[in-house]
Design a protein around this ligand. Sequence first.
Ligand code: PMP
Length: 419
Amino acid sequence: MSETHVERRARLMGPNVPTFYRSPVHLVRGEGVWLWDAAGKRYLDCYNNVPHVGHCHPKVVEAIAKQAATLNTHTRYLHDMVLDYLERLLGTFKNGIGQGILTCTGSEANDIALRMAQAATGKTGIIVTDDTYHGNTTAVSQLSARRPQIGERWPNVRLVPAPNSLLRPDPDGTIFAGHVKAAMAELAAAGFGTSALLICPMFANEGLPSLAPGWLAPTEAALRAEGALIIADEVQPGFGRSGSHFWGHERLGFKADIVTMGKPMGNGHPVAAVVTTPEIMASFRNVFSYFNTFGGNPVSAAAAMAVLQVIEEEGLQERAAKSSAYVKDRLEALNHPLIADVRANGLFFAVELRDGDKGATAFSVQLVENMVARGFLMNVIGADRNVLKIRPPMAFDIEHADLLIDALAAALAETKVPA
Ligand code: PMP
């Protein structure tokens, strides 16, 4: 019998290589919000924030092709495109952020952010939430609650309970601030001190809780009182996804000292970044002589520049705000006994499914499988894997929202919990 794709993958890549879905999808082509698999089946992409401005956007494709045909090289040569891009990217920030480093992945960006915070504060402790993911370098994997660790977690890392607006309401953020203060006290007693709190401003991997602007203020005050910094991981919220703001930390209303970004930045081309104030950058550069061979090479910079141009030309942030309100209304109108909460943060939605006091884990996982079978890609998040995560490319419009929600209504009616 001939080897399947999944078997070949395991033979060549080893065991436990993550894939989405029980029957992994083998995609071969994309256009806008649409994808096609190897058998010619069409899917509506309701999940992927990497092709931010739409799969294979012609302007991004053209920018990559043109620059690749002209020059691509090591980043230790001078190149205008890289500086033009950084200038434009940094122009989207307020609050003193004025310098950046381009990398290939969000993990690298967070790894640098960690070292920046440590260099700037002289402290080594770091605080993250207990249900997050920030990447896969040796250091950053210590900050990702769900990844198995070899040996004990590093003693300079403290996990605090992630906010959960449904089960543990904390409307003014004082409970979260209390957890952060306790972690800071522990880190001080252990001799590390606190360099920074690292959070995703939407708490996207944690379940996308509903948090009012200003919610982080008590935590921010506690951190500032000790000279600790805030790192905003904008890998998921960034580049206009919230609809109301270009960056997630602006929407939540706190001052980020260091911001990291990745996934949507190059529309699938591997480019990511860490940006900060000139003062923090100087503390980092004075300790580490950092360069990244591929990070922000001319082709990556051209891809990233095209993404910023398309967001502006096509008014994608404004469109996200419009589609957001429409999708939220339609999700709220769905009638199913397990739907416990619907949350929206721009073009990012969470539908929490609960059975009494328990997360409806098996139902949620099966529902996603049924949606994939119907040709709609989405996933589940949250500690109990019971929160539908809907996070389409920014080219997702009202017509697509109607297709999605009609299919979701039918799949909700059809889904039975597997025995
Ligand atoms: N931060 C967050 C919040 C993420 O969701 C991810 C990836 N899922 C990363 C960082 C890591 O990015 P990358 O896979 O590009 O290293």
